[in-house]
Design a protein around this ligand. Structure first.
Ligand SMILES: [Mn+2]
Length: 315
């Protein structure tokens, strides 16, 4: 464990898929992140406020408000803040090329890296069209899995009566993990292709709630993850290195499930706001309660969260 006296400083920070206004949003972790990091540039890569959910349920707490205030404050204090709306905050696409208190709203952006490359910054729902087929495969697969769990016992009893061999659930699960991995891989390749078509050397996106840094056919693919499940940010160091920060792990905190009820207590606790101690990045504290099995109901593909958690539980 080590203490940080001042903020961590980066050349640029990319965050997306915050889903403010929903119960799943880990606003307190994000606020903590924003308090302890500084950057020359800050990109909000879509799905910041969840306007879709507004129609059904809307959870707007003081912490959600604090996040917005903190972002506006950063912009006011000199951070170059760019906001690329996503599919959940599509309403903001009505305000393209305008400013919300010094925060620039754009359809997408180009980010110039330290070593002189140009990275396209886009939320990533652009590639959903390419994804429809894979998505339906995943959804059908998930429905079949849920049904299979419930019916597995009598299903195999019936199969025995019919002298059919045992239907293996574990074999089925392995296939599903393959589907999930395939889904993510298809998406990443589609985004890399889009970047190439736009003449970029790389792509920074979000949308699928799966942080990643990898090279795909000469294109650098970067995904900043989300603040619903994994609390990740993508950072560019001053020396040009890129890194994914797993903030909950770095801070050695455990995700809080019932945000709405616990927020008042968090805010009353001065230690939470001050947060003087962080774990060194090399000695990350494994989280025992990561709530991985919980489905992410906020991503565009409702089954992806489940699929991903299954994929990540594979050794
Ligand atoms: Mn999205």
């Amino acid at each position: 464990m080590r203490a940080i006296g001042s903020s961590l400083k980066f050349r640029s920070v990319f965050i997306s898929d915050i889903h403010l206004g929903t119960r799943g949003c880990k606003a307190d972790f994000l606020l903590d992140f924003l308090k302890h990091t500084e950057s020359d540039k800050l990109y909000l890569v879509g799905d910041i406020i969840d306007g879709w959910r507004l129609k059904k349920t809307w959870l707007w707490t003081q912490t959600h408000n604090d996040v917005v205030q903190k972002l506006l404050r950063k912009a006011r204090k000199g951070t170059d803040v760019t906001y690329v709306p996503g599919n959940h905050d599509e309403f903001a696409r009505d305000f393209l090329n305008q400013e919300f208190g010094q925060i620039k709203v754009v359809r997408d952006a180009f980010h110039d890296t330290v070593d002189g490359r140009r990275f396209l910054v886009a939320h990533g729902d652009e590639c959903d069209g390419v994804m429809i087929y894979a998505k339906w495969l995943a959804i059908l697969g998930d429905t079949a899995y849920v049904a299979a769990l419930a019916l597995n016992t009598w299903f195999n009893t019936a199969r025995r009566w019919l002298r059919l061999p045992y239907w293996s659930l574990s074999k089925y699960l392995k296939q599903k993990v393959k589907n999930a991995v395939q889904f993510i891989s298809n998406y990443e390749r589609a985004m890399a292709r889009m970047a190439r078509e736009r003449g970029a050397d790389g792509i920074v996106c979000g949308h699928i709630h799966h942080a990643e840094i990898r090279e795909i056919d000469g294109i650098t693919y970067l995904n900043d993850g989300d603040w619903v499940e994994s609390c990740t940010a993508l950072v560019e160091h001053f020396d040009g290195r890129w890194e994914i920060l797993h903030w909950a792990d770095l801070r050695g905190l455990v995700p809080i499930d019932s945000l709405g009820e616990d927020l008042a207590a968090d805010q009353a606790d001065p230690d939470f706001a001050a947060g003087p101690v962080v774990a060194a990045p090399t000695a990350r504290v494994p989280l025992e309660v990561t709530n991985k099995a919980k489905e992410c109901e906020y991503s565009s593909s409702p089954t992806l969260g489940t699929l991903k958690s299954m994929a990540s539980s594979e050794p």
